[in-house]
Design a protein around this ligand. Structure first.
Ligand code: NAD
Ligand code: UDP
Ligand code: UDP
Length: 322
């Protein structure tokens, strides 16, 4: 590549599910990548295949502490994402979102870097409108067990917009909806990983409730394309921008597709529906379509096929990346 186009890019949470795919993509584009992680939920296995690349640098660091590096862009992804992980140490989760954002924004301010925040559809809480557009302010419980994540992410968004107003920082805020793909955690209790692992082991597939509730699942490669387009968009586009796949499926449809693709003998069993389980969650991606020319391309069946292949290797002790 043209040397002058090579950017120095910091990815916090770079050893996690989304972060490892982002590092891979940025390296493929010829950039110099610093992957920062404290390995709370991320693993060295996720980025082992990148260590040989001399433009890849791995740094063990916790974003709640200051960091002094010289970079052109920052993608701030550090934060546990699934309920069992973020509820393990809720105070640390809030610190990671809030102190982590302050430190990364302070760094961006000092080195004049453009900075991207991985926010979440959870900022909409238990939404009163479907699908959720970016101008919906949300319906979040500030004191419940999920608040450390939801409110931490909301406060991080506030900090991003205040740093922009006070210091004229170049900010990009993405609100990410359910994403799946290789390197997602096999034991984090999410529906895609649960169904695939159960199917591969020929164990019963656990449908919570009737299984008529719907969700929208975005394949990781589509999401990363959205990240890059948002980061490279004109400075007036700060976000928040919803990124997700609007295609809706019932949990029964998801289970049947997983069974078919794995050729599994698992039975479907119905277990109790968790309290407050939303009937529907679907992104409104009108803004991303209009301003980024972005929409998901990978069909659920195709994305599930790659994800199943990864989990199959993982369960047999073979990493897909090696
Ligand atoms: P993940 O748990 O795989 O990745 C998070 C990474 O951050 C891990 O590698 C973890 O070790 C690291 N980390 C956590 N706390 C840290 C700290 N204090 N200092 C440094 N590193 C730390 O989760 P993911 O699915 O890859 O999510 C990445 C980001 O995207 C998160 O901010 C998450 O909130 C957001 N997000 C993800 C989804 C999704 O569907 N996967 C949806 C909405 C938002
Ligand atoms: N910070 C950092 N790296 C830098 C610059 C700042 O980690 O290169 C941290 C710094 O420790 C501070 C935070 O970012 O706590 C916010 O910085 P800012 O300059 O906005 O505020 P101040 O230093 O005035 O508190
Ligand atoms: N779900 C299920 N079986 C499982 C795990 C989850 O039927 O083994 C359902 C769950 O009740 C919810 C949907 O799948 O309706 C998505 O759950 P997940 O925890 O993956 O994500 P979220 O609820 O945050 O969208």
């Amino acid at each position: 590549m043209n040397y002058s186009l090579r950017k120095r890019i910091l990815v916090t949470g770079g050893a996690g599910f989304l972060g490892s795919h982002l590092c891979e993509r940025l390296l493929a584009e010829g950039h110099d990548v610093i992957c920062l992680d404290n390995f709370f939920t991320g693993t060295k296995d996720n980025i082992a295949h990148l260590l040989e690349n001399r433009y890849f640098e791995l740094m063990r660091h916790d974003v709640t502490f200051p960091l002094y590096v010289e970079v052109d862009e920052i993608y701030n992804l550090a934060c546990p994402a699934s309920p069992i992980h973020y509820q393990f140490d809720p105070v640390q989760t809030t610190k990671t979102s809030v102190h982590g954002a302050i430190n990364m924004l302070g760094l961006a301010k000092r080195v004049k870097a453009k900075i991207f925040q991985a926010s979440t559809s959870e900022v909409y809480g238990d939404p009163a409108i479907h699908p959720q557009p970016e101008h919906y302010w949300g319906h979040v419980n500030p004191i419940g067990p999920r608040s450390c994540y939801d409110e931490g992410k909301r406060c991080a968004e506030t900090l991003f917009f205040d740093y922009r107003r006070q210091n004229n920082l170049k900010i990009k805020v993405a609100r990410i909806f359910n994403t799946y793909g290789p390197r997602m955690h096999p034991n984090d209790g999410r529906v895609v990983s649960n169904f695939i692992v159960q199917a591969l082991r020929n164990e019963p597939i656990t449908i919570y409730g009737e299984g008529t509730q719907t969700r929208s699942f975005c394949y990781v490669d589509d999401l990363i394309e959205g990240f890059i387009r948002l980061m490279d968009s004109p400075d007036d586009l700060t976000g928040p921008v919803n990124l997700g796949n609007p295609g809706e499926f019932t949990m029964i449809e998801l289970a049947e597709t997983v069974l078919e693709l794995t050729g599994s003998r698992s039975a479907l069993v119905h277990v109790a529906l968790p309290q407050d389980d939303p009937k529907q969650r679907q992104p409104d991606i009108g803004l991303a379509r209009a301003r980024l020319g972005w929409e998901p391309r990978v069909a659920l069946r195709d994305g599930l096929t790659s994800t199943i292949e990864y989990f199959d290797g993982f369960l047999r002790g073979v990493r897909g990346d090696a």
